[in-house]
Ligand binder design. Structure first.
Ligand SMILES: [Zn+2]
Length: 83
């Protein structure tokens, strides 16, 4: 099961925080549901596509990102560490 393929940006709660980690340099940043929902072009994307389009913002890196949804109390049903 790949949750990134089953969840659309539209399904996200605005308060959800996704973790994006650079596969190249390891730099991490957070992406909130609200941030994604505000992007008209992202609304109908699956998280898998969001991940695929994300690029590291670190200067000179531009590496691909790995998305994770940390197991926080409010996002019941999700357990952290799904790779
Ligand atoms: Zn990077």
């Amino acid at each position: 099961m790949n949750w990134k393929r089953n969840i659309q940006v539209l399904d996200l709660e605005p308060g959800v925080r996704l973790e994006l980690a650079c596969r190249k340099c390891g730099k991490m940043r957070w992406l909130t549901g609200r941030e994604l929902l505000e992007r008209q072009s992202a609304k109908y994307l699956y998280l898998e596509d969001v991940e695929r389009r994300a690029r590291c913002r670190q200067r000179g890196c531009g590496g691909l990102m790995r998305m994770a949804m940390p197991g926080e109390g409010e996002t019941s049903g999700f357990v952290g560490g799904i790779a």
